[in-house]
Design a protein around this ligand. Structure first.
Ligand code: SME
Length: 150
């Protein structure tokens, strides 16, 4: 029987919590989230964080092709997630007004806001090369993981 996407998320969740246990550095924690998920989930083509910085968002850590370095609040899918503080699940990026195409191979995307002590510190962005790759399972699993890690 093949392993479901939810089961992969559950295994990653445990692995990440073990990896970051006792580590207070936020970037080390983010790098662990990216490093585990990017290689475990086949639909993760670009996986990374945009951190809150100087009134906007700045890239890193990430894995995948070269991403745009800075994104303004409210711009693109990441800036929208950061401004609204609501997860964005985009079935087809070409239909999202203002989508920022860092890599033209990206076809669908999920962006989850990341909070620490109730304050937005980053967004977690994943791109796929297929349309409609992300669903409620991705949203629920990522939101619950990020709540626990930060
Ligand atoms: N597509 C994103 C920009 C970041 S890249 O996908 C890595 C957006 O519209 O915010």
């Amino acid at each position: 029987m093949s392993v479901s996407k939810k089961q992969i998320y559950q295994q990653c969740h445990e692995q990440i919590l073990t990896l970051v246990e006792g580590e207070s550095d936020e970037i080390a924690r983010m790098a662990s989230v990216v490093g585990v998920l990017h290689h475990a989930l086949p639909h993760f083509f670009w996986t990374g964080f945009y951190r809150r910085s100087e009134g906007g968002l700045v890239i890193g850590p990430y894995q995948g092709s070269v991403g745009c370095l800075r994104i303004k609040m409210g711009k693109g899918v990441c800036g929208t997630a950061a401004e609204t503080e609501v997860t964005q699940v985009v079935e087809d990026v070409s239909a999202f007004p203002g989508h920022i195409a860092c890599d033209e191979n990206s076809r669908s995307e999920i962006v989850v806001p990341v909070f620490k002590d109730g304050v937005l510190i980053a967004v977690f962005d994943v791109d796929s090369t297929e349309i409609g790759s992300f669903d409620e399972t991705d949203q629920e699993c990522l939101e619950s993981l990020l709540k626990e890690v930060f």
